[in-house]
Design a protein around this ligand. Structure first.
Ligand SMILES: [Zn+2]
Length: 162
């Protein structure tokens, strides 16, 4: 029998999950506040690594988890990385069984974690409205959502705005 963690998600499934989580935990314009709120509320730990491992999620098996981010990346990139790792936490783990997620290429889980992160940080409807207001200026849109210009540009492309 397939387990929860073998589940296949549609983009719509993931958007719905991310949207619910955003509503529950994001209450300011600063995405880092929301991300830290999720981590804290789920007994997670955010750790900065000066070597390896970097950009990983470790489910510890006692219903807590550790997200590791590299020491030498920009805060804006870290926002996306943390949201991505939380995607694995919500989509791909049962949140109890010890397991590690590394950023290792282009498998389906990586794609799904990126969809989750994009929806969590840049919800489609709000993003489209904001892009229109800001005349599709990627830097201004990025600043509004507290993400990197690269992340905003990818989102614009996915949503067919550029
Ligand atoms: Zn990943």
């Amino acid at each position: 029998m397939p387990t929860l963690t073998d589940r296949q998600y549609s983009k719509k499934n993931i958007a719905d999950i991310a949207s619910k989580i955003r509503q529950e935990y994001f209450s300011t314009e600063n995405p880092m506040d929301g991300l830290l709120n999720i981590i804290k509320s789920n007994r997670g730990i955010l750790e900065v690594s000066f070597g390896v491992p970097k950009e990983t999620l470790r489910i510890r098996g006692d219903e807590s988890f550790v997200i590791t981010i590299p020491a030498n990346t920009s805060p804006l990139r870290d926002v996306f990385t943390i949201a991505h790792e939380l995607g694995h936490y919500y989509l791909h783990s049962d949140q109890r069984t010890p397991e590690s997620f590394n950023r290792d290429g282009t498998n389906q889980r990586e794609t799904e974690a990126n969809w989750f992160a994009a929806e969590l940080l840049m919800p489609a409807e709000k993003f489209k409205k904001t892009a229109e207001e800001l005349q599709n200026d990627p830097q201004k849109i990025a600043a509004k959502f507290g993400v990197s210009g690269a992340a905003a540009r990818v989102r614009m492309s996915v949503l067919g705005l550029i």
